[in-house]
Write a protein of this length. Structure first.
Lengths: 233, 282
């Protein structure tokens, strides 16, 4: 129990004292995971919408792949990305391994299937007649789609939260492609693992609590957006 | 409502741009990859040394802290520029393959055989080979790194010297770094082999004691190995040389000799650069 209270005290101390290392770890965690989530949304929204609304060959295969990808172990994604980014690998010339960019790539790959699957599910359960009605009312397909996205915003934002939650909490890929370099690629999860292996349990718990706080903060903002004006318009 | 979603998307896109801007896509001009062992990281030695190296030389160091076996494998593939490892037999074999360049002695400490205070196999004060034999005879819990690290290969050496092939439910393999393995051994009240540095830095959180130490077979010797273009076209041989030259330089060797003295009452590593390997008892 001492360790838990020590961890709480450490977390408060780290946050209040403005410890530079801790803040750079927090900033990097947010930067990498929010960027990865943004990429996943940019790729996943159109793909999920296409899978839900269009009819084309391979549609079900993509959907099944996305559903599988939702449960993909980050460490497997990390391994694939590492091998791709190795100096001897196909993308070795970019010199990206052990950089924040590599972490964004890996976390983007983890988050995208989640967005695709949840967007597809959200749009498919929206009223199928809605789009037809919009078009009958003279809306262009783009406007009709935008209206549909608005209609399905609750599950869509839930998708964004699920994607962010998955990447901000994963450690396998961040460790493997980032290398947990101090001041360069160390994020809260890898810092917690390192502190544990150094026997600094209070510090590890402090990082864990800060991670929880960040995840809560981001999800609180998204939930506030999601729940605003849910009363009938 | 749509506009709100657009605001969210726009802010995420901005975060994306900020992320790209701050995460350089091109390799830093002076950046090298050091593959090393978990003991140098878990003991905190690298945290002490690397900032000084970066300040002295301008080279940024990307440290990959893994078992010596994996570190050597990364070197073999040209994925690392310089290695700091402690698995002499594997290193000599590796250097003989030809992909590696200069290999130089850096420092040593020693391995210690740890166990619970109760010492069920009665190994306290015995030689390492005798202790291993007793542990096997008693089938007392032994926790092994099991990760092809330098510590793991030393442990396998000791078993073979004791004429034992370990196996069975008493022999447990974690496949993890030294810190985690110490923790498992402590929780299971088992025996384990550790480098002294990692043990000393974590002693306060463990219920493990040093039971057997000091025989020449327990020496833990670190070498620095520069990689060459033969291992891969993208190997930074200039960075490798800069790091290897720096770590054997007198001022760095002094830092190594001082490391941990204030906090643990004894230095964690003994600097050895330029010494004759034969005199270390290898």
């Amino acid at each position: 129990m001492d360790v838990l209270f020590g961890g709480l005290a450490d977390a408060i101390r780290l946050l209040l004292s403005g410890d530079e290392d801790s803040w750079s770890i927090i900033a990097l965690t947010l930067r990498v995971s929010l960027t990865a989530t943004a990429i996943a949304l940019l790729v996943g929204l159109p793909l999920g919408a296409a899978v839900a609304l269009a009819r084309f060959p391979g549609r079900r295969v993509i959907l099944a792949a996305a559903n599988t990808g939702m449960g993909m172990p980050p460490v497997v994604v990390g391994l694939f990305v590492t091998v791709l980014l190795w100096r001897s690998g196909p993308l070795g010339g970019l010199g990206l391994l052990y950089t924040p960019t590599a972490m964004v790539i890996a976390q983007g790959a983890i988050a995208t299937p989640i967005v695709v699957a949840l967007v597809a599910a959200a749009l498919q359960q929206a009223d199928p007649d809605f789009r037809v009605q919009m078009q009958a009312l003279g809306a262009t397909p783009i406007r009709a789609l935008a209206a549909l996205l608005g209609e399905a915003r609750l599950p869509l934002l839930a998708g964004a939260m699920a994607a962010f939650g998955a990447v901000v909490s994963e450690v396998g890929a961040a460790q493997m492609v980032g290398g947990n370099l101090a001041g360069q690629t160390r994020v809260l999860t890898t810092a917690a693992v390192l502190a544990t292996s150094r026997g600094q349990f209070s510090l590890a718990i402090a990082f864990g609590l800060i991670l929880l706080l960040i995840a809560f903060g981001v999800n609180l903002s998204l939930t506030l957006i999601q729940q605003r004006q849910t009363v009938p318009r | 409502m749509r506009s709100r979603i657009l605001v969210v998307l726009a802010s995420l896109a901005m975060a994306l741009l900020a992320g790209c801007g701050a995460a350089p896509g091109d390799p830093a001009p002076k950046s090298l990859i050091l593959a090393t062992t978990t003991s140098t990281q878990d003991s905190g030695l690298l945290d002490e040394l690397l900032p000084v190296f970066t300040r002295d030389s301008g080279w940024q160091v990307k440290t990959v802290a893994v078992g010596s076996g994996q570190a050597i494998e990364l070197g073999r593939r040209g994925e690392a520029d310089v290695l700091l490892v402690h698995s002499p037999a594997a290193e000599e074999k590796f250097v003989a393959e030809g992909g590696a360049g200069a290999r130089r002695l850096v420092m040593h400490n020693d391995f210690v055989l740890l166990g619970p205070e109760a010492d069920p196999a009665k190994v306290r004060g015995t030689s390492s080979a005798e202790a291993m034999k007793k542990i096997a005879d008693e089938q007392a819990v032994f926790v092994s790194r099991g990760d092809e690290s330098g510590t793991h290969s030393k442990e396998k050496d000791l078993w073979s010297k004791a004429g034992v092939t370990p196996g069975g439910s008493w022999y447990q393999s974690t496949g993890q770094g030294m810190g985690e393995t110490l923790r498992v051994a402590s929780e299971k009240a088992g025996y384990t082999l550790s480098d002294r540095a990692t043990y000393l830095t974590q002693r306060d959180t463990l219920s493990l004691e040093v039971l057997s130490e000091g025989d020449p077979g327990l020496l833990n010797v670190y070498h620095v190995i520069e990689m060459t273009k033969k291992a891969g076209d993208r190997v930074r041989t200039d960075g490798a040389k800069a790091f290897a030259d720096w770590i054997v330089a007198p001022s760095t060797q002094r830092l190594i000799g001082e490391f941990g003295r204030a906090k643990y009452g004894q230095p964690l590593f003994t600097p050895d650069a330029g010494k004759d390997e034969a005199k270390l008892g290898l």
